[in-house]
Design a protein around this ligand. Structure first.
Ligand code: SAH
Ligand code: SF4
Ligand code: F3S
Length: 472
């Protein structure tokens, strides 16, 4: 069935904001003047971005924020479903809230996000976690105030997790972290249905925000002093396909690049099958665009890639890497890898190691395959033992780390420009900064430098980071 784009009307969002104000008055009239909220986020940056919207609504309700669940009046746990390990950790943490709820019976516990968009998981929360009052999937986040009000008025648990293809909203309030980095979601959902992945089932179909809304948001962030902007989507290279306005991801990059001011544009994630020469050319031409591409390959073996439904062969992938490097000789390439996909043999895994050695990634995220209920791969025979998979995983990690070490050593003695993005009192190297390619550089200096672009000389390196000295 084709997806029919749903844009939530501005008036609807305004109604939600008005409801927040009503809830604020309600809390005050109950003598709950200084409400504290705790938003706990799992999963990817998309979820971090969603939590900014949750905090935005909570702030409109008059809440301040805490990271101590014991003192919170409202707890919102924004969940992830990508691997079993994440879900187990979340359920353990929800269970532990039994204590805080006992000590503070008026505490409101909400569980939202990808994990509970799966029917079996929302059922589990319903039946095994009675302390949870409100449960909603990613598609209902824009009406969190309405759901909370319904719970408070009717005094009955609310579960809003029905299947949905998703919608696009604009104008929700947002509370962002202060600092130099900010995220902008440019699109939601995924249409790729990689056979192992739960994301398309819980996040719905691909839908893009309108370019004017994105550029406007970027402008506001730059004006507010943010210097490092990351454009987010599960597959940013599909941006605009549902809009018919002639703006694809490369055009969007150019529009953001044209905003006056000194700042860095990053983006993630790029699906290799949709990464085009036009994108690499645009990255090279836009002076604010980071020379970093996160290009998840998942496997280096063609049979496995096909079974994963990734839509490219290892040769296609290597060719894209070659073209990308032709445009940007200093390009930083990172990736995601899955070890132990059902039916992957040790020989097939060796192809992955070979591909890693060929590309020479700057760094990578490696995962052991996790079976996700409802996906195509969940039905495949999976004969390899966990121990065998672990051995391959360890080999891959060793190879990845050796490459990171080598790549980082190549920086020593060089001069690079960095954006200083953090300061931690008491550390030997208190300043953190990032190269344009996103590599972490530790420096000495004081907190006043945060937010500045500086030239530094790289003096030392490890597998994980670089160390440097300010040049001027
Ligand atoms: N949209 C992004 C990835 C989102 S999930 C992309 O396609 O690149 C982030 C990473 O989690 C994936 O790249 C994959 O490596 C990993 N992942 C997803 N599902 C997984 C599963 N079932 N088991 C193990 N790793 C998984
Ligand atoms: Fe999952 Fe594949 Fe979509 Fe990435 S592109 S979110 S791995 S289905
Ligand atoms: Fe997890 Fe949902 Fe992101 S499943 S990785 S939080 S899109």
């Amino acid at each position: 069935m084709p997806y029919e784009r749903i844009e939530i009307e501005k008036a609807e969002i305004e109604r939600q904001i008005a409801l927040c104000r009503k809830l604020k008055e309600r809390f005050i009239s109950q003598g709950r003047k200084n409400m504290l909220a705790f938003v706990d986020t799992y999963g990817c940056q998309q979820n971090e971005s969603d939590s900014e919207r949750l905090r935005g609504y909570l702030a409109e309700m008059g809440c301040s924020f805490t990271s101590d669940e014991a003192e919170a009046d409202i707890i919102v746990i924004n969940t992830c479903a990508v691997r079993e390990h994440a879900e187990m950790r979340i359920l353990g943490n929800v269970g532990a809230l039994n204590h805080t709820k006992k000590a503070k019976p008026e505490q409101i516990i909400c569980v939202c996000g990808c994990m509970v968009q799966q029917q079996h998981m929302s059922d589990k929360v319903k039946h095994s976690y009675p302390i949870v009052s409100l449960c909603f999937g990613p598609h209902e986040l824009w009406r969190f105030p309405e759901l909370l009000e319904r719970y408070l008025v009717k005094k009955k648990r609310v579960f809003a997790t029905a299947p949905h293809e998703g919608c696009v909203t604009e104008g929700e309030p947002r509370v962002r972290d202060r600092g130099v980095k900010a995220w902008i979601s440019i699109m939601y959902g995924c249409n790729n249905f990689c056979s192992y992945c739960i994301v398309p089932y819980v996040r719905g179909r691909e839908r893009s925000r309108r370019p004017e809304a994105i550029v406007e948001e970027a402008r506001e962030l730059i004006a507010a002093g943010y210097k490092d902007i990351t454009l987010l989507g599960q597959n940013v290279n599909s941006y605009g396909k549902d809009l018919d306005c002639g703006v694809d991801f490369s055009e969007l990059l150019k529009m953001v690049n044209a905003i006056p001011g000194k700042f860095v544009i990053r983006f993630m994630t790029s699906h290799p099958k949709d990464a085009t020469e036009k994108l690499f050319k645009t990255m090279a031409e836009c002076e604010k665009c980071s020379h970093h591409i996160h290009l998840p390959v998942q496997s280096g073996n063609d049979r496995v890639l096909k079974a994963m439904n990734r839509g490219y062969s290892s040769a296609d992938y290597l060719e894209k890497v070659r073209i990308a490097r032709e445009y940007m000789s200093d390009l930083v390439i990172t990736t995601d890898m899955i070890v132990g996909f059902p039916g992957e043999t040790n020989e097939e895994f060796e192809d992955t190691l070979r591909l890693v050695e060929t590309v020479e990634y700057d760094s990578m995220f490696t995962f052991i395959y996790s079976r996700r209920e409802g996906t195509v791969a969940a039905k495949l025979p999976d004969p390899m033992t966990r121990q065998e998979k672990q051995l391959n995983f360890d080999k891959l990690l060793e190879t990845a780390n050796a490459l990171s070490l080598k790549k980082h050593r190549e920086y020593v003695g060089k001069s690079v420009e960095v954006l200083i993005d953090g300061y931690t009192e008491g550390e030997e190297y208190p300043i953190t900064s990032r190269t344009k390619g996103g590599r972490l550089v530790h420096l000495k200096g004081d907190a006043s430098l945060v937010g500045e672009f500086k030239k530094v000389k790289i003096t030392d390196s490890t597998t994980w980071a670089l160390f440097g000295e300010l040049e001027e």
